[in-house]
Design a protein. Structure first.
Length: 356
């Protein structure tokens, strides 16, 4: 039994995708009287449009602790996060530290906890791009290796962990992002006007580009922009602040690109629902497009979510402008999406495994 028959979970989040996943699991925690959650925000995403808006619109509890780390190199961010999380783990004495995804916040939470001999549970474990030049891939590998419970969203993730000798710690739960899309899609449907973005064209492509490999090299960024320019439709692009800064410094923006400030999760789902296709390097948006039946062109050479490649629902175009334009012109697939991401009850399964 846990102290006072209540399990204490210290949850570490810090970036937009983690806020969305935590909203689902935290809501399930609040329905369970046997669990108390202590929410820690590292401050990795600190712009109000990348952080506060998600807590507000997704009804995530205000963080019990905000480390306010902000930007920096990978080593600076991770080191400062570890220091802050270590102090909180000692202060709170949780039964588990819960981490999400593949960011520096994920890695810091895992390392701080394991060095204090506190069990770690990893939501969205087992993803592999097999591209070790991506910082996220290193974060995933290390976090999975030190975690005590590995919550795998798909059978592919389970097989990846099995090959790495981590089968005993692995539990198949389904994807909490699928839970999220089902829950909030219904909310948007009931009040679509509240979440629509004014002034959008009738037919458009939805784009997000944020990975350093795509934004930090001016030649690669120009190649992507050339592909977008030749797409034949307006490209609506809610832009990460760092990407906007790079674009303003190094590139001419094609006339068919409509740049928006970062939008909240519900507005993003609304934009996705109205889009013809998606252009992205985001793992999360690849899945959301798949869940909502929107063809996706991934601006990378690989994906962690190989399930989305089913029958060309997702096409890996890389940064080649001709491949991007060709993918946009392909007809929309007619086959249904697979059930690879679970049944929409991943959060309940995660809680069940934690209590067990």
């Amino acid at each position: 039994m846990f102290r006072d028959s209540v399990m204490k979970i210290l949850t570490v989040v810090g970036a937009r995708p983690q806020f969305i996943k935590a909203a689902v699991v935290s809501r399930a925690f609040r329905r369970n009287g046997g669990i108390r959650e202590v929410l820690v925000h590292t401050g990795q995403h600190y712009d109000p449009n990348m952080s506060e808006v998600f807590f507000r619109e997704l009804n995530i509890p205000r963080p019990d602790h905000n480390l306010g780390i902000g930007s920096g190199t990978h080593a600076q961010q991770t080191g400062l996060m570890m220091q802050g999380i270590e102090e909180l783990v000692l202060q709170e004495s949780p039964d588990y530290v819960l981490i999400y995804g593949d960011t520096n916040s994920t890695l810091a939470g895992a390392l701080a906890a394991v060095k204090l001999h506190v069990p770690v549970a990893h939501v969205e474990a087992g993803l592999r791009s097999f591209n070790r030049t991506m910082p996220e891939e290193i974060n995933r590998l290390v976090a999975d290796k030190v975690s005590d419970l590995l919550f795998a969203p798909t059978f592919t993730a389970v097989e990846n962990l099995k090959r790495e000798g981590l089968e005993a710690n692995t539990r198949l739960t389904g994807d909490v992002m699928y839970d999220s899309v089902l829950y909030y899609q219904d909310k948007i449907r009931k009040d679509s006007a509240a979440y629509s973005v004014p002034g959008m064209p009738q037919h458009y492509l939805l784009a997000t580009i944020h990975r350093a490999g795509n934004t930090d090299d001016p030649m690669i960024l120009r190649s992507i922009l050339k592909g977008f320019a030749g797409a034949g439709k307006p490209v609506v692009w809610p832009m990460h602040p760092r990407t906007r800064k790079v674009l303003q410094e190094s590139s001419n923006i094609p006339g068919n690109i409509i740049i928006l400030e970062p939008v909240g999760y519900l507005q993003m789902l609304s934009l996705l629902t109205g889009a013809h296709k998606v252009l992205t390097d985001s793992g999360g948006l690849q899945k959301e497009a798949y869940f909502l039946g929107k063809p996706c062109i991934t601006i990378r050479e690989e994906t962690e979510w190989i399930e989305t490649l089913h029958d060309n629902w997702n096409i890996l175009a890389g940064t080649n402008p001709d491949k991007i334009m060709d993918a946009v012109l392909l007809e929309t697939p007619t086959t249904p999406q697979s059930a690879a991401f679970g049944d929409g009850h991943a959060a309940e399964k995660i809680i069940s495994f934690l209590i067990q």
